[in-house]
Design a protein around this ligand. Structure first.
Ligand code: GCB
Length: 600
């Protein structure tokens, strides 16, 4: 009996609840604060600390020199040494490095200010939702501190109901993208440290009591039951019902909300048209609570492993993938729907049914478009190379980023894998760190697979972390960082685990338009040959269930300095940053066409 009770408990709470993060923002009643903002570059944090380094926002009555007060001189004599309204402007969302020439390499503090009016009628509530700010944000509205947030790729929100006024609001955000060893990621990465407010800034208007978050997904192990939870923010005694309708499935469910504001449900469903790359079916789903409707477009599919196979809707699938950074053609963080479509359509053209969104959670447009286009997704957090595995705060930071990513994206059918880390060096502390992240993930979402991109030595997959992963993924760079391409066919791989194996990276640099012999580094011919040889080797890897070569498009990296070739870009793209397809693109395209046939 005890066992049954525990099981019941585990199933009904299998998908966890967020800590105040509002999900499904695109379908809510929102007002965008995107657009033109003023900014002040503040390398010495003059607007944050007094000359004796007292932090202004710790004082009851902050000095007028505190930038978040947005103070203006009251007369011609008064000394005030900043003025947002006379300061230059920048587009938000957008990183500062690609918009302001003098900030290309800047890592430090910049203040942003946006003024707005907002007429909030009585009994309504207002939230400020920030899609992502890299890396650390101190947020103030009308001179009041809302909070500090760390982590450059995940959303967060603050309630501003009691602070907002009909006219003359000023939102001030200090953004600091200084790298620190203890951060996630740490000081060393192979991508550009774009600073700024890189995703949408949105006001969300809600009722006094509203649906904050929910999961509506197939129940683990049962493709004919839709299960999950609805979480109400500020449940009032008089409202204790919520309903879910999915007209196309003839579902009209009504349930009772618990005193804790949670409704857990299981709804039998018949004749579901399951989501897959061939059939990216999304259902219109409506949650009705307190006379207000919240819509979403949700796909239903199962994803599981059986011994060394990945099964999508019960059938073996080969993940024809490509790794993608969140960068747009001009350089700079990608954010818009248009940016997402450009990247994802290239992946489709390559023959992909899957994308690895490296090395951090991408913006929500990417996963929503992947849902529509029928691309499965690997979503990852920036536990990259080394982080301070022994540091509890670092762990908490990583876990918070993971929680926010899962909260935002758990209703996206496209997401099939949560990835914990990339190329982390084996040690006791690291093993514990990743195991803890994996069990945290399972406690929030037991319906998806867990992986991490590992490193291997001597063609043997035996990283101890493999034990807690559903898919054992690894990166390898035969013919680029070592090894001889001629030997490719002779290399044999071994895995300690009878689990699906996934090659999460392979590749090499080529400068588009640079031609030569196949043994001349940096040429398109070298990269082409590298792909031909790597694929010969990869094909023979036991338990192989997919690949995501590195990478779709050349991307900016401060580590890539070779003049005339790299010029600040990692050139491993199959497509150049100008959109030119390299020869290797077609090798991969052919291979994926072949794989597609094999799995039909
Ligand atoms: C890797 C990393 C990736 C790098 C890539 C490279 O193993 O995971 O972030 O950009 O190699 O180009 O060296």
């Amino acid at each position: 009996m005890k066992k049954i009770l525990t099981l019941l408990f585990l199933t009904s709470f299998a998908i966890g609840q967020s800590q105040g993060l509002i999900s499904n923002v695109p379908n809510r009643n929102t007002t965008s604060l995107n657009g033109v903002w003023n900014y002040i570059i503040d390398p010495y944090q003059t607007g944050f600390y007094s000359f004796h380094l007292d932090q202004y926002d710790k004082s009851e009555k902050p000095a007028k020199g505190a930038f978040f007060t947005n103070y203006h001189a009251q007369n011609k004599q008064e000394l005030v040494e900043y003025d947002f309204d006379k300061s230059p402007t920048i587009n938000i969302p957008g990183d500062w490095n690609s918009q302001v020439t003098e900030l290309k390499y800047y890592e430090g503090n910049v203040w942003f200010k946006k003024s707005f009016d907002y007429n909030l009628v009585a009994n309504k509530r207002l939230f400020l939702y920030l899609g992502a700010i890299n890396y650390k944000a101190d947020v103030y509205l009308n001179g009041k501190k809302l909070g500090t947030h760390e982590g450059g790729f995940t959303p967060f929100n603050y309630e501003v109901t009691s602070i907002v006024k009909p006219t003359g609001n000023y939102l001030v955000i200090k953004v600091d993208n200084t790298r620190h060893k203890e951060d996630v990621p740490t000081v060393n990465t192979d991508w550009w440290n774009y600073g700024g407010i890189t995703r949408d800034v949105t006001l969300i208007e809600e009722e006094a009591s509203f649906v904050e978050d929910y999961t509506i997904q197939l129940k683990k192990g049962n493709a004919n039951v839709i299960s999950g939870f609805i979480k109400i923010n500020n449940l009032e005694a008089t409202q204790n019902n919520a309903s879910i309708s999915i007209p196309e499935l003839k579902i009209n469910y009504k349930g009772k909300i618990g005193a804790d504001g949670i409704l857990n449900f299981e709804i039998p469903a018949k004749k579901i048209s399951y989501w897959s790359p061939e059939n990216p079916k999304l259902y219109d789903v409506t949650i009705d609570f307190n006379g207000k409707k919240l819509n979403d477009q949700i796909g239903f599919r199962t994803i599981e492993t059986k011994e060394d196979q990945i099964l999508l809707n019960g059938k073996p699938v080969f993940l024809r993938g490509i790794s993608i950074h969140e960068e747009n053609a001009k350089g700079g963080r990608a954010n818009s729907q248009e940016d997402a479509l450009r990247l994802l359509n290239w992946a489709k053209e390559l023959g992909c049914n899957y994308v690895r969104l490296a090395h951090y959670p991408h913006n929500e447009n990417m996963v929503r478009e992947a849902d529509k286009l029928g691309l499965m997704v690997w979503e990852e957090i920036p536990v990259y190379w080394t982080v301070e595995f022994k540091n509890e705060n670092t762990y908490k930071n990583a876990q918070d980023q993971l929680t926010a990513a899962i909260t935002r994206d758990k209703n996206r059918a496209s997401i099939v894998i949560w990835s914990m880390a990339n190329e982390t060096p084996i040690s006791e502390a690291r093993n514990t760190f990743i195991k803890n992240l994996a069990s945290h993930t399972r406690s929030l979402d037991n319906t998806r697979l867990i992986s991490a991109a590992l490193l291997t030595k001597k063609e043997t997959i035996d990283d101890p972390i493999g034990e807690v992963l559903d898919v054992v993924a690894f990166n390898q760079y035969l013919g680029w960082y070592g090894g001889n391409l001629e030997d490719a066919e002779k290399i044999t791989w071994k895995s300690k685990y009878n689990k699906p194996v996934f090659v999460s990276e392979f590749g090499g640099d080529a400068k588009a338009g640079f031609h030569g012999e196949k043994n001349e580094r940096w040429t398109e011919e070298y990269q082409e040959y590298l792909y031909i040889q790597n694929l010969k080797m990869i094909e023979k890897i036991p338990h192989l269930s997919g690949t995501s070569p590195w990478i779709l498009v050349d991307f900016r990296s401060p580590k890539r300095l070779l003049p005339g070739i790299q010029d600040g870009y990692n050139r491993k793209g199959l497509i150049s940053n100008d959109g030119e397809k390299k020869k290797a693109f077609y090798i991969m395209q052919d291979w994926y066409a072949k794989k597609k046939k094999e799995y039909q």
